[in-house]
Design a protein. Sequence first.
Length: 153
Amino acid sequence: MDTERKESAETLAKQKQQAAAELEEARRPKFQHRSEVMSSGSITLPAGTVKAFDITVDSSTMQNIQLSGHFRAEGGVGSDIQVLVFDHDSYINWSTGHTTEKIFDSQLKTEGDVNASFSKSGKYYVVVSNKNASFWARTVDTNLRLDYDKRVF
């Protein structure tokens, strides 16, 4: 009878341990990968202008947030444009002519890759800029996407 009690107690202990592990797993947040197209296709930028796309990040429901893609400009002499990524405050300061921090800056290029990561909640801006051009419009082909893991409830 002692053997049966011991085996029963061991079985009960294993069942409790398994139930605790299952409960812990159920409490752990679940995430699902998402990919959103931010910009795809051609944008025409007259000389001295910019096009901005906004991104809203909620770090309480998103993780591993990555903007990536490619751009290529045509038109005018040199065909150089600039792609920048800012947080909200930096975008406002940059757009009013102030020097500010950038999350990403391609520098002036005809073609290049874009890569930026976000970890804090807030509004961010992706800017395609033809500000450096005095005379020439540029046509910019973009392929930008936002990848992240979204918490599912």
